[in-house]
Design a protein around this ligand. Structure first.
Ligand code: ATP
Ligand code: MG
Ligand code: MG
Ligand code: MG
Length: 569
């Protein structure tokens, strides 16, 4: 690409309305233009990066044996009625009517559509297992779209859905996707962590999120410092990065994991446990009368999650929910939340539409690890009960005897989920097994936030001068900077020749032939994060060298042609 023929428009000033660094830099580099809340035009530069991410995701999905298709963004209401999600999905679902008053939604995810496809296409166990994926735009009417494409309303997702004759086959594909995700994020050059997610709601290892580790992340991850264990602690949404930093600090101070029996915890909360009632929850309604659940699942040995609903602004009228209500609620959460197997562990359910709340959770998964998080409400004092719990949980070593829990912040970039038969059953998708008997296939689903990855990568890779792209994501790998193109035809010809040779050698090269002053040109090339820069100048040509500088290096070096190609290969 010759930059003079491209469209690049950079800005020096940091835009005032962009809170996090990735959003700031994407705007400054001219990768994005905002159209409306949570809606962005990807400029030619932004699109190049998005396509690079997409390519890595596609190549690795293909390598893993998944098969690509393309489903529409607009989905008919009837399909969503079959699974009950037309009502249950909630406010994130954008509903649309056509001229005949027929109702549709803009797909926030595609379980219904893919299951409809499968029930028409797949009739025999011989066609299984199969994993269909597409890379397609999604729309979710997020309560607080923010941080640019990090939490947008329209965003690009790779979503895959697998179908299986039995659970063993689903388990194998789940593992395969887990490994594939690890490969994808490694190839993209990201520091990431796979964490247990929603373990209370779906149990065991059936759901993992992949998080890019970054201080600006919206999620808190509790991890053991000596084992592989990590789990997601979802945070209420209405907190700014500064407040989140405070909350994280608070969590660090109070999070001393310990093992408490459910009796201890229940006694503290004044909850009466019986043999049959092992889980309790508070249920309330918000100002619009929508149910808001706050959950205290007490299972097996230990767990409590208590939120003082009565003190949450906008919430009125709360009572204990029945287990059936809790499960109903959990099973109807948007996104990749699947069927509920509550016996395994705990999950905190704090509806994100509740703006401020106190929250405290101590929990365990089956491996015996514990999480604790506390109090990220904005204005509310810590209730005594919570302070009490804090005292009780503080001061024991780690119950598992396996390290200490730390809290890191993460950006959810991927999610793998063993769905089971929730959708196939609801939509009457069956296949004939080896004995000719109709059986309901098990399903898995696997999402990657392709557009969110672009922002997450910048959160992890930037410096004072701008973006520092990992190689796999860079819009171009190497920029050839031509000094004074008008003054010296030899220099221009040499730069063009080098640029051609680099491309011929398989490097994605950019020729900056805009004729800018070196300072302005280099600032742009740094801002947009090109990993390698080569300057072609009269002086260099006379000496038989090019000036080479890696984006991450502090100094430039003079290399001859062979050394340059060596360096770039
Ligand atoms: P979050 O917890 O951030 O709201 P989610 O759990 O609702 O995400 P999933 O349903 O798991 O999202 O969707 C799969 C992936 O899509 C997520 O892991 C994330 O990377 C991406 N994603 C979800 N919502 C958004 C959004 N509003 N903007 C950009 N990417 C998103
Ligand atoms: Mg979400
Ligand atoms: Mg999530
Ligand atoms: Mg998710």
């Amino acid at each position: 690409m010759r930059l003079s023929q491209f469209h690049l428009r950079t800005e020096k000033e940091t835009p005032a309305d962009a809170e996090v660094v990735s959003h700031q830099l994407m705007l400054r580099a001219g990768m994005l233009r905002k159209l409306a809340a949570g809606l962005y035009t990807w400029s030619p530069l932004g699109l190049r990066v998005l396509r690079k991410v997409e390519t890595v995701v596609r190549e690795e999905m293909n390598r893993a044996g998944a098969v690509e298709l393309l489903m529409p963004t607009i989905q008919p209401r009837e399909l969503w009625e079959e699974t009950g999600r037309w009502q249950k999905f909630g406010g994130q679902l954008l509903k649309i009517k056509d001229r005949k008053e027929a109702e549709y939604c803009y797909g926030p995810t595609a379980e219904e559509v893919v299951t409809d496809f499968a029930r028409q296409e797949i009739s025999s166990y011989k066609q299984l297992p199969v994993n269909f994926y597409n890379i397609q735009w999604k729309f979710r009417d997020e309560i607080r779209p923010r941080f640019g494409v990090m939490r947008a309303r329209e965003f690009l997702m790779k979503d895959a859905y697998s179908f299986h004759i039995d659970d063993a086959s689903l388990d194998a594909e789940y593992r395969n996707m887990y490994d594939t995700y690890a490969r994808i994020f490694t190839r993209l050059g990201l520091k990431f962590r796979a964490v247990f997610a929603d373990t209370g709601a779906i149990g065991g290892s059936a759901s993992h999120e992949f998080h890019v580790i970054a201080d600006s992340g919206e999620d808190a991850i509790a991890y053991s410092d000596t084992s592989e264990y990590a789990a997601n602690v979802e945070l209420a949404e209405a907190v700014s990065p500064g407040e989140r930093a405070d909350a994280t600090e608070t969590m660090r101070k109070v999070d001393t994991p310990t093992q408490k029996t459910c009796e201890d915890v229940a006694a503290l909360l004044g909850i009466a446990l019986t043999r049959t009632v092992k889980s309790v929850a508070l249920m309330g309604t918000d100002a619009e009368g929508q149910p808001q659940f706050v959950l205290a699942l007490v299972r097996g040995d230990h767990m409590v999650n208590e939120i003082k609903l009565s003190k949450v602004p906008g919430l009125a009228d709360y009572r204990m929910a029945t287990e059936a209500e809790i499960l109903e609620h959990l099973g109807s959460e948007p996104g990749f939340l699947g069927p509920v197997k509550p016996a395994k562990a705990i999950r905190i359910v704090a509806d994100r539409s509740v703006a401020a709340m106190h929250d405290f959770v101590v929990g365990a998964n089956e491996a015996g690890f514990h999480l604790a998080g506390v109090n990220w409400g904005r204005d509310l004092p810590v209730p005594d009960e919570i302070a009490d719990i804090r005292n009780v949980v503080a001061g024991d070593p780690s119950p598992c005897g396996n390290g200490t829990l730390g809290i890191a912040r993460g950006i959810e970039v991927g999610h793998v989920f063993a769905l089971g038969r929730k959708y196939s059953e609801a939509m009457k998708c069956t296949v004939l097994d080896a004995n000719g008997k109709a059986v309901t296939p098990a399903m898995g689903c696997y999402g990657i936030g392709v557009s969110r990855i672009v922002a997450a990568a910048i959160e992890q890779n930037h410096d004072d001068n701008g973006i520092v792209w990992p190689d796999a994501m860079a819009p171009w790998q190497v920029a050839v900077c031509l000094i004074n193109p008008k003054n010296d035809a030899n220099v221009a010809a040499a730069a063009q020749a080098l640029y051609d040779d680099l491309n011929a050698a398989g490097l994605d090269a950019l020729l900056d032939d805009r004729g800018l002053r070196p300072g302005a040109m280099f600032a742009d090339i740094e801002l947009i994060g090109i990993p390698h820069r080569v300057v072609v100048s009269e002086r260099g040509l006379a000496a038989g060298t090019f000036e080479y500088r890696a984006r991450v290096a502090s100094e430039a070096e003079q290399l001859d042609r062979a050394a340059l190609f060596e360096r770039l290969s």
